[in-house]
Design a protein around this ligand. Sequence first.
Ligand code: SF4
Length: 391
Amino acid sequence: MGVPISQMWTVASYVLGQRLRGRRKYPLVLMLEPLFRCNLACAGCGKIQYPAHILRKDMPLEDALAAVDACGAPMVSIPGGEPLLYPHIRELVEALIQRRKYIYLCTNAILLKEKLEAGWFKPTKYLTFSVHLDGGQHEHDFSVCRDGTYDKALDGIRKAVDMGFRVTTNTTLFDGTDPNAVRSFFDEMMDVGVEGMMISPGYAYEAAPDQANFLGRQNTNTLFKMLLSNRKKRWRFNQSPLFLEFLMGRRHYDCTPWGNPTYSLFGWQKPCYLLSEGYVDSFDELMQDTAWHEYGHASGNPKCANCMVHSGYEATAVDHTFTSFNGLWGTIKAMVFNRYASPSATQDLEAEKSKPHGPEVHLVQLGMDVDALKRAKATEHAAAKPTANVA
Ligand code: SF4
């Protein structure tokens, strides 16, 4: 099992408590971004494009803690930027542990080994290092645009696991991903000893330099079906089993962007972690003044059309688990019968072995009409039938 019982119990009792109080919109994970500065500059990132004077800024510790208290979510994810560059990270983690928050410190792990050796953190069930790894060495180093990053991250993971810390991986997948290589990566992460893995399709940030390689919905279902069918027993995912079924095209969910509210240097971000459509000063304003009906797949908002990311849809799956018999039963079944045998996925994986993947698909043959290829691909997507809904 990828998520410890104590954490599951905390989440379950929190969700039920919210529902008993009649709250249908409630936060589950606070996305707390105390800085945008990073020691990498990945092509798929929408955060490091800010001007230098913004990248130099750090959130005052008291602002970060006030946001945590105002939000009240039982889990706090600390992305960024790179949180290990935040000057108050140790005090922030300490204060969150005192508040019994489950922390996911999302790091590229370049500095992790060094900080652990310096005694910055102590192992506790409340603190998880969620290490950003976009696949194996070849794929990850290409994705983050720097050689050697994968090996450095692995050194940090091994050190953290040896010291008894909770460690998960956090993998964002893009068009052109080699599903066979990702399945090998899952094996490798289990060998290294991480507690569980988190996976999500990438979101097409308008600000990201690489716009050509984000996944559409149909491609997302196809890719995750290949990845997660015929699952090995040893693979553990630190995610809702129903969210993984959603990625495989076995369930239909809509987004609950209020489930992962974002607080950054600019304030409370409307409506979600991915879109920046204005900021407000307080959490109450965010919940009350955001036009939530304008977002999510069913809204028809083109910015949400291809989005299936965990920060939008996993809270929906968790709510489904703990607030309905159907959801609870579906989750139990997904945990017990978790192999998802599929001969067609096996065939698709076989076929993928003869296709180009990874960095190679970014190379363009001289004289090739790239626009014509893109138009053909768009026509192919439009002709694809919608995925079956078994929810
Ligand atoms: S669908 Fe995606 S982009 Fe749209 S509100 Fe939800 S998380 Fe944000």
